[in-house]
Design a protein around this ligand. Sequence first.
Ligand SMILES: *Cc1c(COP(=O)(O)O)cnc(C)c1O
Length: 573
Amino acid sequence: MQSAAQDQSVIAYFSMEVGLHPAMPTYSGGLGVLAGDTLRAAADFGLPMVAVTMLHRKGYFRQHLDSQGRQWDEPAVWSPEDLMTPLLNPLPQRVSVFIEGRRVFIRAWQHAMEGISGKKLVVYYLDTALPENSPWDQTLTDYLYGGDSHYRLCQEAVLGLGGIAVLRALGYHNVHTYHMNEGHSALLTLALLEERANGRPLDTLTPEDLDAVRQRCVFTTHTPLATAHDQFPRGMAAHVIGHERLQALAVTDCCPPDTLDMTYLPMFLSRYVNGVAMRHGETSRAMYPNYPVNSITNGVHATTWTSRPFQELYDRLIPGWRLDNQYLRYAVSIPLEEILQAHTRAKALLLAEVERRSGVRLDPKAMTIGFARRATSYKRHDMLFGSRERLKRIVEQVGPIQVVYGGKAHPLDEGGKAMIRRVFDAAAALKDTMKVVYLEEYDMALAGFLTSGADLWLNTPQKPQEASGTSGMKAALNGVPSFSILDGWWLEGHVEGVTGWAIGDDSGGGSHPEEEIASLYDKLEYVILPTFYGRPTAYAQVMRSAVALNASFFNTHRMLRQYMVNAYHLNGV
Ligand SMILES: *Cc1c(COP(=O)(O)O)cnc(C)c1O
């Protein structure tokens, strides 16, 4: 942006991944989709915010599955050059940052999003594929979560240090809050410390300097999995960002010895830190007892995730819901037949898409269970098949079930890949009992079909590893009840038999797989299937309450208002 709009005081939102547009595969899963939904809500509100992310020219990856469920993958290459104007535009400015002692040049591409009221929000995508850079440096904005930890640290230097340099080059000097969406962008705090030092050696930073930076930073942590938090050995960090900057970190004394830790660093240098659901806040406080971790529960962008049939229904009966999602509360008075009719249409759209992608024709009358999320071990995609005998008996005695799966395993996650194969094995073994389809290439488009067209949204994470989960919120917007382990957002959204059903209970500690599998089958056999097949009106009531109680709350309009009040300190909104 070359205009003078930068004089306004803004929030700068930093995220390694952002899911905004189907033509830009610059996200891998929930974190990027949340970032996109957050920005969509900010654009709706006309909030003065800019966003910084990476161009990821080779995307996350494209997933292929063979007939036995073996995954192979290839780069999801896309060309920003082909998307130019009006979607994405390269800016003429160049900045550079020192990485491993080399000057690495960065430019930004801008994407202007438009909110519901016509206000614009600009997202800057950082790009190092410039002829001035060495061939290796040109790859730094290629792969999302690819390469080794050295590659990752160099990328994080581009995002954090380069992101600040780009904002300054574009004239953004008046940023009142830097919001780090996960720790990948935490090196931005170092750039702010350097600005603060203003040429002084970094080892002379004072507590006042640290506090001045802290007063401008907000950090959201997204996972209770310690292994998912980036940590780099001191030697590597010294090599990549340089000894001087590492000394600044020594002054902060934020990290465990001999590491650069991308969770401790932003926790130490943020005025406000939060987890993404109430329970996740608790879990994080236990992990980081020295930090007051708050909770703001995630949401989803309502108009993005509501299927056409439900959009038409809400437009007719709850006008105003697009501008202010809280009106979805009034879904309580939508006639049940209307809910059922809209759902029948959404389900038909899903089944047509399943047939188009897989050639499999599913039964529009049969209970259709949806399950799609990143294929990583704790999500337990195969839990439904814990006892094939029991599942078979349930289908024979109570009624048919068909299941549609989706989800990619990270190319290095052998556990996740094995889990996909186990789903295929179970599907083959049960082929005379039920249809199970596993669709390739789970992305936002497929998520839209699945979360709106299924009759039941299944979620089986191992407790307490689901920080929030958001796909069940997308389902709720479309009147699809969740059937889920009590973890993440479901601890808050679950009212038994009213908004959906729980698998297992909320007794403390972690998961007890045997009990959870028994609970899953018991509820399917004695409660959910009998309601679905025998008492369709009662089932429709659950669908409607999922909208009224959950869609009206678990959306990014509510979430962003909470950030505005609690984290950005923008009151009176
Ligand atoms: C919503 C979404 C997710 C997140 O789903 P969870 O339930 O949080 O696992 C992941 N991937 C895609 C493509 C999505 O649309």
